[in-house]
Write a protein that binds this ligand. Structure first.
Ligand code: ARG
Length: 564
């Protein structure tokens, strides 16, 4: 029985069944300060049925609770405060963690249900932006978290490889393109053409018509359009895959927007059959007034399709292919309206599973408080960020631990891990500013700090030398210093559950920081390797901290080197 249940059950018994377990459990609080115990029950919720002052009720309850189950139970004002039995509790938790190792915290919330996660999804022929980085790392962490609670995540990279922008790009290439230049540096060259196109089309609006015509040709299967498009796509994808490799992230599918080109007729037919398509100034729309949304534009005047048309086809395809229990889209909050429209159109089509579609929005990354934008050409290039972060990590390692074996790999894990951790530590919806020096610091609330704490725990275990780690004599710990750490360790499964329910990896990142902090505080005051009857228990705690920090980092997509 978990500890909160134990406390709730004690209250239920003490009220002689006036309250049920279901009534008590949600009322149990965790006091702000440990002086007030591990858990508290607000006795005033019994005031009506007992016709007594809450202080008196609290007193009476305390008298009825068997003291031997806890270190202490006391009434403070209208509250009953519980101090858990440190020794037996820590014994159980440490045994659990060392028995289960990386499995600790696993639970079955998902019953093996399929969950496609639409994530990363950069646009071909453009650099991957910091926004795409957010989608990539949040999506990846959600996938790991979902797996941990027995869902079956399917990571889908819905590449932006179709749409009017390819008309623009082809037009730009036809006007100013140079094959050799593209081969040498595809992304930057194509971006240059694209940016240039937007500079001149202001004065030459006929360029936009040309671009539209190219996209129309592309959708109609024109050979030249198609082979240029394919070339741009191949080159871009090669480049993106290099970044994914750096990040240590892979995908189950690269079915991007172009994949749905031959699946959109069906969508248009279905919409027609259901009488949902309306003509509006030559274009085909679905009216969404009853949802308080703008109409969804399905087909343009020239018959070409749109972003949402492709998303409708993708949603249906995913439902048919994966029979999903949830379908997630990790996309910036600027697309909130798009996903509302998508769900509304699917709902109108009679698909109840549209309720299982969830947009997982996130905030912007800014630099020096300013928004980043590809159109205006002021972007932070992701590959630069990763390279700089690794270089910075390398520098710090050279100062702190010049003899470290495997330096290059560690610098990579620390630099890249720092960028990922910083992103995930921020609550999804918050905007945050990106400052590389802050991100790669070894102190403060950073990824390297957590990694460093893990490495420190590992080094204590190495120092302990020839202990038999599988046969530790774990008698439990009863001091206050270790208690804070043990409580944190015990919290891990609940944190995983919360992170999944809120689609919020920051819950895990913040948890890892708290655990690392409490462990470092403990370690500053305690000699772990002193020979006494609790030595094995202390070592078990150090080993447990290492296990849980490593696993927490893994759930975020960050490696934990054993030494750094
Ligand atoms: N390529 C889009 C962009 O960069 C994101 C795609 C998101 N996924 C989706 N199914 N619409 O803005």
């Amino acid at each position: 029985m978990d500890q909160k249940n134990l406390v709730a059950q004690a209250i239920v018994t003490a009220t002689d069944g006036t309250l049920s377990l279901e009534q008590v459990l949600p009322k149990i609080e965790v006091p702000k300060s440990y002086d007030l115990g591990d858990y508290a029950f607000p006795a005033f919720i019994l005031a009506k049925s007992y016709h007594k002052a809450p202080q008196m009720i609290a007193q009476e309850l305390v008298e009825k609770i068997p003291q031997e189950d806890f270190d202490k139970v006391q009434a403070v004002g209208p509250y009953v405060n519980f101090f858990l039995a440190k020794q037996s509790f820590s014994q159980t938790i440490l045994q659990d963690i060392l028995g289960q190792q990386a499995e600790y915290g696993a639970q079955d919330l998902g019953h093996a249900g399929n969950v496609p996660i639409d994530m990363s999804s950069p646009n071909i022929a453009k650099p991957m932006s910091m926004g795409h980085l957010r989608s990539t790392v949040i999506g990846n962490s959600l996938a790991e978290l979902l797996k941990k609670v027995n869902y079956n995540p399917i990571k889908i990279n819905h590449l932006g490889d179709w749409g009017t922008q390819f008309g623009k790009l082809i037009e730009a290439y036809k006007l100013w393109g140079n094959e050799e230049e593209v081969r040498q540096d595809p992304i930057n060259t194509l971006l240059k053409y694209y940016v240039h196109f937007h500079e001149v089309d202001q004065e030459q609006p006929e360029l936009d018509d040309e671009a539209r015509a190219w996209f129309k040709k592309l959708e109609d299967g024109d050979q030249e359009a198609h082979s240029l498009w394919k070339w741009f796509r191949d080159e871009s994808l090669k480049f993106f895959k290099g970044i994914y490799q750096e990040l240590g992230i892979d995908f189950d599918s690269y079915n991007g927007e172009s994949f749905y080109n031959d699946k959109m007729d069906e969508i248009v037919e279905l919409l027609e059959e259901k009488g949902l398509l309306k003509e509006s100034r030559g274009a085909e729309i679905v009216d969404l007034e009853k949802y308080n949304l703008n109409p969804a534009l399905i087909k343009k005047t020239d018959g070409t399709t749109l972003y949402i048309t492709r998303d409708l086809a993708a949603a249906l395809y995913r439902f048919r292919t994966y029979d999903f229990t949830q379908s997630l889209y990790v996309v910036g909050n600027e697309q909130t309206n798009h996903f509302k429209q998508l769900k509304a159109v699917l709902k109108e089509m009679g698909y109840d599973w549209s309720d299982q579609i969830h947009h997982i929005p996130f905030g912007l990354i800014t630099a020096g408080g300013k928004k980043l934008s590809t159109r205006r050409g002021n972007i932070i290039l992701l590959e630069d960020v990763l390279n700089d972060a690794v270089a910075l990590a390398e520098k710090q390692i050279a100062e702190k631990n010049p003899d470290l074996p495997n330096k290059e790999q560690v610098a990579h894990d620390v630099g890249v891990g720092a960028v990922i951790f910083h992103d995930l530590k921020n609550e999804r919806l918050n905007n945050f500013d990106f400052n590389l020096e802050e991100v790669v610091r070894f102190e403060g609330e950073t990824g390297p700090y957590v990694q460093y704490t893990h490495a420190r725990a590992m080094s204590i275990l190495r120092k302990a030398g020839d202990i038999d780690r599988d046969n530790l004599n774990i008698v439990g710990l009863n001091d206050e210093g270790s208690w804070e750490v043990v409580r944190q360790l015990a919290n891990f499964p609940a944190m995983i559950k919360r992170a999944v329910e809120e689609y919020e990896p920051s819950v895990i990142a913040k948890y890892a920081i708290r655990l690392a902090k409490s462990f470092n505080k403990y370690y500053a005051h305690t000699k772990v390797l002193t020979d006494d009857e609790q030595k094995d228990s202390r070592l078990a705690m150090v080993a447990s901290v290492a296990v849980v920090l490593k696993e927490a980092l893994r759930l975020l997509g960050v490696n934990a080197p054993d030494e750094m």
